[in-house]
Design a protein around this ligand. Sequence first.
Ligand SMILES: Nc1ncnc2c1ncn2[C@@H]1O[C@H](COP(=O)(O)OP(=O)(O)OP(=O)(O)O)[C@@H](O)[C@H]1O
Length: 907
Amino acid sequence: MEIVQFILLGLGIGAIYSLLGQGLVLIYRGSGIVNFAQGSFVMVGGFAYYEFRVSLDWPAVPSVVLATAVGVLFGVAVQYLILRPMRTSSPIERVIATLGVLLTLQAAAVLRYGVSSTSVPSFLPTNAVEPLPGASLGVDRLIILVIGVVLTVALYCVFRFTAFGRVASAMAENQRAVASLGHSPDRIAVANWALAAGIAALAGALIGPITYLQPTQLTLLVVPALAAALLARFVSFPIAFAGALGIGVVQSLLTRYVTVTGWGDSVPFVVIVAYLVLRGSSLPLRSHVLERLPSVGDGRIRVVPTVVVVGAFAFLIAFVVPPVWAQALTVTMAFGILTLSVTVVTGYAGQLSLAQYVLAGSGAFAAATFVSRAGWSFLPALLGAMAAAALVGVLVALPALRTRGINLAIATLGMGIVLFSLVLSDFKFAGGDTGIPIEEPSILGWEFGAILHPYNYGLVTLAALTLSALAVANLRRGRVGRRLLAVRSNERAAAALGVNVYVGKLYAFALASALAALAGVLLAFQGVTVLPAQFDVLTSITVIGVAVVGGIGTIGGAMLAATLLPGGVGTQILHGADNLERFLPLISGLFLLYVLRSGRNGLYEMNAHLVRRIGKLLRVPSVKARPPKARPPESATVEEQHDRPPSRTLRVSDLRVQFGGVVAVDDVSLDLVPGEVHGLIGPNGAGKTTVIDALTGFVRPTRGTIRLDDVAIGPWSARRRARAGLARSFQSLELFADLSVRENLAVACDDGGGRRYLSDLVAPGRIRLTPPALAAIREFRLEDDLDRKPGELAFGKRRLVAIARAVAADPRVLLLDEPAAGLSDDEARELGTLIRTLARDWDMGVLLVEHNVDLVLSTCDRVTVLEAGAVLARGTPREVARDPRVVSAYLGREADEADETDEGARV
Ligand SMILES: Nc1ncnc2c1ncn2[C@@H]1O[C@H](COP(=O)(O)OP(=O)(O)OP(=O)(O)O)[C@@H](O)[C@H]1O
């Protein structure tokens, strides 16, 4: 019977989660946003109830109603004041805005109610019922469970059977379409936010008496609710409800039957990670929406200003500032290393990690263990801790291999919680409330313990920060940085150029974790013991928040962000201003909302002109590293410049690709022979792009063989095929927007050498374009555009860059997907000549997918015509143009016109 008792208890907990989970689904369905602040709305409801019921001593029922109304008001305010102005921001920025709301409300609640628990009298009956003999359940929990059931049924019915529900559901998919049908997306979003926040606030009023009111605990209630909503893919109310109950029950059973602490809290995330890994895909689908990403710095190191600033800080710390300021500067500098870790993983690699501070904590505990229990000296312990944290970082990164964007943010939050609950809360490893005592650190006999030698400790931290910042700047300028930015910008295009997307992501997490560990060690070793509670999950969220405030893609932004973290310079300044330091978290939260609402890239970039002006006033000479030069040799030809490996033939037979019930490609066979251009034409939806996707490893064929010379490459990944000489262009270009044209080409020709992952941190070197890239630059006349970003070029030029990038990879076989779309007739003709040159002079097999029939007929040696996935006709352009089936199905009058031109148009 005991097990039934714990299942019932679990249902009670799960019912609470379900109220939040339904709110998350509601908001997602109504506005396409995953609201991390849903637990904060519970907190608002709980404390509002407390104010009415306890502070004002009002009766229970009006207090609950008013608390719910307060929740509704908050929901409306958040949607109207924060998210509505961010309509055009990327989904990830809007999610960060909800994190901003979470941080702001959390900070305000701590200011008003402190961090200890506040109790409120219950208004629900607290006696227990015994639904089964020997197993009881509190009536209050039973009522919450019933409310959960009623709510689920009601929401399901509203969204399934009413016009409002149908329109609201369409919102998450396509707000513009909803608007074009005469509905107001704003009003629908506000209604959903109001309802979801109202439900959460009601939940707060209901559960306050059961769980007590404690800001952090209520805020983090969102975590299991996110797990439940994720299981429901943020769309199904019944699945979210069942998932929430399931998580509650499993947690309850684990708490009873597993003696190791932390398993209960970890379960939701084990569920999340397993689900994401199973459901995710290793590369995003073609339909994956690319987001506007925060801009990144150029990583140039201005030598003189760097030396002046570091020297000035060293002087200040060693000779000028009093100990409390030395300590504050030290904290900020250590946090600077932590925010630099965010620059690497989120700024450069584009992976939103909500676990950075917990990773810092794991590093601190590893170092403390090495020092105190294994007797290591400081430096080996520090390096060992960084290596250990890098390994943990790789584990945290595992979900990132198969998921991205918001789901990844949820997964990393989960991994942070698992790490905190299972590792940092483990008494044996982390010492519980007393933590691990540590000794004064020293290097080669030179002591720099923060208590006896605060100035020495400050100088060590300054050195660590300087080295970290230089390494991160070097990373940005080197090949690995380009690979990371390519992955962040477009995983499909990166893989098509042979970039190892997996390794890139794992590396970014590993490096960021090692940096986080360095920060964690420097923060923790300031005291005499390392305490687990120091490294909590909420501060991990704060770290991302302030990193966005500073500017997530720049080193200056990371430095500015660090001043806002607790105990550092920001705290010290506010302390001097009438003891206002307790307002720092609130100020940071408000700053975050301001920065996001303004749509800018953080305070550093917003004030970059000030930095420049100060530089000018001080007349600091700026030694700018000149942009790397890579002038193409005037007279070089491909043959003169390098020995090309032998040409290769791609043979495709009986290729079939199916998406569920849709047969996109049906028994297609074709050969791509060196020196020949093979055209692939057909009406929209005929399966042309799917053929390219299948040949390049982006979709798995259901049947058929693909051979490169004699090797069957069917099981190969997209990257391996690219490395073997298969290059492609994309219909929508998919250039790396943050990289210059030169860097776009460099990604294609950078070698895959693994040692670069370490050497780039020290010596990134200059961009060295390979002979094919240089020849492509000359061939496509891109000399004057090399230092421009793709967004600065005219459309036709961008198309050429996309093809040049594929050519720069020195392919044996080139697959071009609608390269002439949007080009003028003259440009298209020029392109045709170029394509023939590539086939003839570079001895490549080229597949040309095009709608421009003139171009195909005048450029290709052979043509295959597809209709509804199957081959309708094949042959020379002349044969195809005369084929009656092709003429009637596809070419129509165009064939006659083409027939007249095809003789002369070929080179
Ligand atoms: N990931 C996918 N899931 C389901 N169906 C898909 C997927 N990708 C493509 N399809 C379907 O496969 C068919 C072929 O699509 P494909 O994009 O290859 O055609 P296409 O000839 O390149 O068209 P267009 O000329 O418009 O680019 C279409 O019916 C399309 O809807």
